[in-house]
Write a protein that binds this ligand. Structure first.
Ligand code: CA
Length: 235
């Protein structure tokens, strides 16, 4: 096994499993395979993989139960692999503590990018996550200056409101990863907020008007329909 990153692939569809396995092996990842949830749980505890790719539709237990059980004792990154029709399940998996999701069908570059992002976030310790952000975040022409709490596009201050800034800085902290509407709402408006998506949508429309050249075809903050938002990867 050496010190390669080990990916545990939980997938009962052999076609998809073989496809992912080929990509991972040719990119120097080690691959562990489980065809059902019980085997997956056993392999997580026995092999302690670095990241889990988890299909939600498994033949024995529900993939959501796998997320729930793993999260009772481990913070190992979990990327849910799911069909486009299962938006509710994706949201449920993220809210149970999965780190990200990827929608079938996907390409090799997308799969590898999701894994790199999950591993990078896992490498930052838990305490680092709670520390105030300092420095700057860049992606394309967008800059978030955490010290000044200002956002610039092509060097020009775009004058976000406080809540707009909170949303942008939160998404940039998790750049490359999807954050659910609920996660964003609780982070920005507090844990007891009503959980109404409408206020978030209004804020996002204003943010996009200020930072995107073409708000209808965003380059910085992407909509994951029915799930949440994702900031473009940082540089
Ligand atoms: Ca399946």
């Amino acid at each position: 096994m050496g010190n390669k990153c080990q990916v545990l692939m939980v997938e009962d569809d052999m076609g998809i499993a073989n496809f992912m396995s080929t990509i991972l092996l040719s990119n120097n990842y080690g691959v562990l395979r489980a065809k059902n949830g019980e085997t997956a749980l056993m392999m997580v505890s026995s092999y302690c993989p670095d990241v889990i790719l988890l299909d939600l539709g498994l033949p024995d237990i529900d993939g959501l139960d796998v997320v729930r059980q793993v999260r009772t004792w481990s913070r190992i990154p979990i990327i849910v692999v799911s069909a486009r029709s299962n938006e509710k399940d994706k949201v449920a998996a993220l809210d149970l503590g999965a780190d990200d999701y990827i929608t079938k069908p996907f390409g090799s570059e997308e799969l590898l990018a999701r894994i790199r992002t999950a591993l990078r976030h896992a490498a930052g310790s838990d305490s680092a996550v709670e520390m105030p952000l300092t420095g700057v975040f860049h992606t394309g022409g967008l800059t978030v200056d955490y010290d000044k709490r200002h956002v610039y596009v092509d060097g020009v201050d775009v004058h976000l409101t406080q809540n707009e800034y909170k949303i942008v800085s939160l998404l940039s902290r998790y750049a490359g990863r999807v954050l659910t509407y609920d996660h964003i709402i609780r982070s920005v408006w507090g844990p007891n907020s009503s959980g109404d998506n409408q206020i978030l949508r209004v804020n996002m429309a204003n943010i996009r008007r200020k930072i995107e050249k073409n708000p209808g075809d965003p380059a910085y903050i992407f909509t994951e329909i029915g799930v949440g938002y994702r900031m473009a990867e940082g540089e």
